[in-house]
Design a protein around this ligand. Structure first.
Ligand SMILES: [Zn+2]
Length: 149
């Protein structure tokens, strides 16, 4: 049986499996601003003198702020195999429950824009971005809460 190594497509942006899966951001110890994608060099709040940035797990759930349909292959540097047919997917912007910041991501396979409405609650789950012979590249995906497909 072929076993691929599961490797995050981007390191240190998420952690865990199943119900323990979380996006990882950073929080400024001075002004409490939260950043995702994580900011590790300096606080981006212009009114903050700058504090240490510590890693924090982000909310598992949020509400759909906006969404769109990705029906065409994005241009380079997006990595995709031109030999394979393009699989449309829904791309959504989610406002996180606690942090109130907006995080982009794909929906889980099988969920299309027809299934989505602005304000709908979604949760973050581990997903697969791509696979090759040796590696399964993992990412995060959004799933409407209450859907277990
Ligand atoms: Zn700050």
């Amino acid at each position: 049986m072929l076993t691929r190594t599961r490797t995050p497509a981007v390191s240190d942006w998420f952690t865990g499996e199943g119900d323990g899966f979380r996006l990882l951001g950073t929080r400024c110890t001075s002004c409490a601003s939260v950043f995702f994608p994580r900011e590790d060099s300096h606080c981006r709040n212009p009114h903050c003198a700058g504090g240490a940035l510590e890693e924090v797990p982000l909310s598992r759930t949020g509400r759909i702020w906006s969404y769109t349909d990705s029906r065409y292959r994005p241009p380079s540097p997006y990595v995709s195999n031109p030999e394979l047919p393009w699989e449309p997917y829904a791309l959504i912007a989610v406002e996180l429950q606690s942090e109130r910041i907006v995080v982009l991501g794909q929906t889980v396979p099988g969920v299309t824009v027809a299934d989505l409405t602005v304000g709908m609650e979604v949760e973050v789950v581990p997903g697969v971005l791509d696979e090759d012979a040796e590696t399964t590249w993992t990412t995060w995906q959004w799933r409407p809460t209450g859907v277990t497909a």
